[in-house]
Design a protein around this ligand. Sequence first.
Ligand SMILES: Nc1ncnc2c1ncn2[C@@H]1O[C@H](COP(=O)(O)OP(=O)(O)OP(=O)(O)O)[C@@H](O)[C@H]1O
Ligand SMILES: [Mg+2]
Length: 358
Amino acid sequence: MRSQNRTSIRTDSLLDNLRTAVVCLDEHLRVIYLNTASEMLFGVSARQCGAESFDRVLPYLADHRERLNAAIQQGAAYTERELHLCAGVGEPLTVDCTVTPFTSPDSRPALLLEFLSLERQLRISRDDQMRLQNLANREMIRGLAHEIKNPLGGLRGAAQLLQREIGSSDLVEYTTVIIREADRLQNLVDGMLGPRRPPDKQPLNIHEPLEHVRALIATDLSADVTLARDYDPSIPDILADREQLIQIFFNLVGNAVTALDRSGTIVLRTRTQRLFTIGGTQHRLVIRIDVIDTGPGIDRDLLPRIFHPMVSSRAEGSGMGLPIAQYLTHLHEGLIECESRPGQTVFSVFLPMETANE
Ligand SMILES: Nc1ncnc2c1ncn2[C@@H]1O[C@H](COP(=O)(O)OP(=O)(O)OP(=O)(O)O)[C@@H](O)[C@H]1O
Ligand SMILES: [Mg+2]
């Protein structure tokens, strides 16, 4: 009786709204179905994989032929936890995987594969922690900066008065030092406070500020450093503060140049990504801007702290480039993430796509 009252829902649309990636294989291990979550997880398009062998469509599963064959022949279900999947070019994935044999509507044996991406769960909790930590840091920096600024103003003013009093005496040298150092400290504190105005969001194409930064940096690049682009030109305009985006990309590309130490490649890559959670909000579509360099990578010990203020491995670095970039990205409801290993460091800026005419 109950089923008669139920609104009828198409199974396809139901499966496409699942967070779990679902794949169906026929008895020859050819892909007969992929839901939207598996397209996103494995980076493939369901339209392009009609009845192809599973390992051609999903190279991530290529090593699992034997187990899948056994599952279909013996009709035995299995679950594997924290399975690490690798494919040639794609990023490695960590998933929980359940394989269940079933009988297809045409009475043939088939397999139902379910994948729950642990990467995503790890990322979301990391992301929340990072945002909280960032807020706490900013509060502390703000408090400290104000405490420094007031007495510093007094100090500088008094040194100026003193300078006027002592006229042309040799002692002017000392007051000059006081004033110069006070100014240096003032600049540092201003840098730590970051931008004080809210973002002025205007419709823009993400490639415009990126190209601006590329041109700025390219003029000063050593001959053995290549600054390449891999843009998706179909990305629609977004609402963003141009100056602030320039600052974000400038800090990231600047770091990549420093890391390369005169030879290597930097790639600026833009893509869109569907269903992405930032700070607890799920966005339908986000822009992902990757700054990729072939430098030595970031020390494992340093990596979890690079977005904290004043964390730097360079003698002349102030350690403010990344926290400021992260803060500016937060002002755009976005997020910066980093993955690094020797030979490849990727900083990814995720910006929610509110199309300019939305
Ligand atoms: N692409 C990269 N490759 C290797 N290490 C990096 C990269 N980007 C950042 N880092 C590491 O992260 C640290 C912090 O970067 P951040 O930009 O915040 O400060 P900084 O570059 O040291 O100083 P500045 O305030 O001048 O930017 C760097 O000192 C460096 O150790
Ligand atoms: Mg920097």
